[in-house]
Structure formats: structure tokens, C-alpha cells
Design a protein around this ligand. Structure first.
Ligand code: C2O
Length: 343
């Protein structure tokens, strides 16, 4: 059976969203490295990592994360744990730098049911690399809690130290309230109205517009040319895409960094943005119960490759990432102000 997966021997130049050539392949071919299959972290030695809202973390946490990130940025580019290499993993898989196994079709992880699990994998490895760089296995990424009024601005921690990215829209920095359904046009709403609009929009994306699994998870993407689909889930389209665009610099041609897929993960806020996406996937599954599960083996067996905190290449399947407790992390429980915001 042909499984949707990348052919590591094929990494090649790819195209940005605006069709500009980009190159984000690793300096050494991964196909020459031996890989291992993913294994869960040992449950007996496991301290659950708790991801917390970025606007609520304390100075000690920020200092710790800042240190880990600075080390990550200082590693040589040859090291797969290097920050730019991490960012380029996203570039590789989202611009289609790999062909699929058994086909010359490009493999792309947006706009389909690959979206949630692939980004969960990326964060899983990224978080563990940061933790190992400071020797703290309780370290967890924060989440940008933009579905809650207090989280609807760029969290302060992303304005300083190694978290700051100069390539952002200057008019969207704090205290500007985010338009989580931003579509290149300023809403012009005052803060209170923007917050109310955002909360109602969240209800639509998480509840009323996401009652069927495919509407939330995205369309079934199968191997080969005919297997491609283009049907992003509700949350992927917005707030996900919308906030990428909203944060990226309006002075750059593709609103880099966060606004373009090839450059998005160069902005450290990317990881907090996706940590919230990952959390909302859990929240939605909790609301839907058993009917949320996808049993299609084409999805469960799709696999990708990442380097772990030991710089070891790992093959990981979607079925490996469906239980976050087994992966060793969880999210701090926070209010869901949109849950009862039926218009
Ligand atoms: Cu792979 Cu937020 O995009």
C-alpha cells in the first residue's frame, strides 16, 4: 500500500506562496542518515510538561526559554537543532520541497488533514530540543491564547530578547487587539468590539462551523497526483492563516516573517501560535467525543521525518501523535469564553 510520505532523496528548491523560488533543504542529505522509528518517551521517567498561556508566564520562565532559544540560535547550521534549521523544516514541508514516495507529486502539509498532526510533531521535537539545551525536562512551550480576550494581543514576552522579531507589522504590536479573522484589510473596530467579534468568530470556527470532522480537520489528502485535496479546516483558515498574515510585516512582499509559509517559523511567536492551535485541536476533540476520531489508515499511517533532541533522524506517523499524554505534555486548563457565544 502506498502511504503518503516524503522521499528524502528529493529535497529541492521550492516556491513561496507568491511563487518566488526558495531553498530550505538541509545541508546534508537526510536520506544518507539512518533513521529510527518513533518511540514514546519512557512513561516512568515522565514529568508532564505543562504548556501555559504566554501572557501569564513569569519572568523565571521567560529567562529560561530565552536562554534555550539563544543557545538554539547559536548552534551551527549543520546542526539540525539549530533554530534556522528548525524554521526550515516548516519551509520544507509547507512549500513542497520533498516529492512524495512513489510519485513525483509534491508533499505539502497545509490545507488538508495533515495540518494538525504535522504541526504537533514539529512542536513536539522543537520543545524537547529546547528542553535538552538547558537540561530541564519539564520545559514546555507556551501557547498564545488568542481565543481569550486577555490573550488577543501579541504577548509581551515576544517583544524582547531572542523572542523579538523585527519583521512584524508595526501597527499590530501591543496594545493593538488582533483581528483573528484578518484578511489584509484593517477592521477599524475599537478594542471592545474587536474582542466581541473575535469571540463570536471562535464560536463559529470551533462549534457551529465545525460539527463534522472533515470541516474541522481538513479534507482527506491521499498519495499521488489524484490524491491531492485543498480543503483546510475551519481553524486552519482562520484564526490560523489570518494571524500569520496579521503579525507579519506589511512592508515585506509576502508579509514575512510570520505571513509567509517559507519564513513563518523564523519568528519565535510561530511556536506559541501553533501551540494554541494544538491545544484547540484537543479542545475540539473533547467537545466532539468519539465521533471526532479519524480511522482511515491512509491518515494514521502517513509519516514524516524530524530530528530529535539527540540529532537523531526519526520517522513518525500520525497515529503516534494522537495522545498528548503519551507524548508527555498537556495544556494548562483555561476558560473558553467563546464556548457559549452563540450569536
Ligand atoms: Cu505550517 Cu502556521 O503554518
Amino acid at each position: 500500500r502506498v502511504i503518503l510520505s516524503p522521499n528524502l532523496t528529493t529535497c529541492h528548491q521550492s516556491l513561496s506562496d507568491a511563487d518566488v523560488p526558495v531553498y530550505c533543504c538541509p545541508p546534508k542529505r537526510e536520506s544518507e542518515e539512518a533513521f529510527i522509528d518513533f518511540q514514546f518517551p519512557d512513561p516512568s521517567s515522565l514529568t508532564l510538561r505543562i504548556r501555559r498561556p504566554a501572557h501569564l508566564v513569569d519572568d523565571d520562565y521567560i529567562a529560561k526559554y530565552n536562554k534555550a532559544l539563544s543557545i538554539m540560535k547559536s548552534l551551527p547550521y549543520e546542526d539540525p537543532r539549530n533554530f534556522m534549521r528548525q524554521a526550515n523544516m516548516h519551509c520544507i514541508y509547507c512549500t513542497g520541497a520533498y516529492n512524495q514516495q512513489h510519485s513525483n507529486s509534491l508533499l505539502k502539509i497545509h490545507r488538508s488533514w495533515l495540518f494538525f498532526p504535522w504541526h504537533r510533531m514539529m512542536l513536539y521535537f522543537h520543545e524537547r530540543i529546547l528542553a535538552s539545551l538547558i537540561g530541564d525536562d519539564t520545559f514546555a512551550l507556551p501557547f498564545w491564547n488568542w481565543d481569550s480576550p486577555a490573550g488577543m494581543v501579541i504577548p509581551r514576552m515576544y517583544m524582547n530578547g531572542s523572542f523579538r522579531d523585527p519583521e512584524r507589522d508595526a501597527s499590530h504590536l501591543p496594545p493593538q487587539v488582533a483581528d483573528i479573522d484578518f484578511d489584509y484589510v484593517e477592521s477599524g473596530l475599537d478594542p471592545q468590539d474587536q474582542i466581541a467579534t473575535n469571540v463570536a468568530f471562535m464560536y463559529n470556527q470551533m462549534v457551529s462551523g465545525a460539527k463534522k470532522t472533515e470541516l474541522f480537520m481538513g479534507c482527506p489528502y491521499k498519495p499521488g497526483e489524484e490524491g491531492f485535496c485543498d480543503g483546510p479546516g475551519t481553524i486552519e483558515l482562520a484564526p490560523h492563516n489570518a494571524l500569520h498574515t496579521w503579525v507579519g510585516s506589511n512592508l515585506n512582499p509576502e508579509r514575512e516573517n510570520l505571513g509567509a509559509f517559507y519564513s513563518a517559523a523564523r519568528d519565535p511567536i510561530f511556536y506559541a501560535h501553533h501551540s494554541n492551535i494544538d491545544r484547540l485541536w484537543e479542545v475540539w476533540r473533547g467537545l466532539q467525543g468519539a465521533k471526532a476520531e479519524i480511522h482511515d489508515p491512509d491518515w494514521l499511517d502517513s509519516y514524516f521525518f524530524f530530528h530529535d533532541e539527540k540529532s537523531q533522524l526519526v520517522r513518525i506517523k500520525i497515529r503516534d501523535v494522537l495522545d498528548i499524554t503519551k507524548l508527555g505534555y498537556d495544556f494548562q486548563k483555561v476558560d473558553l469564553p467563546w464556548l457559549n457565544a452563540r450569536p
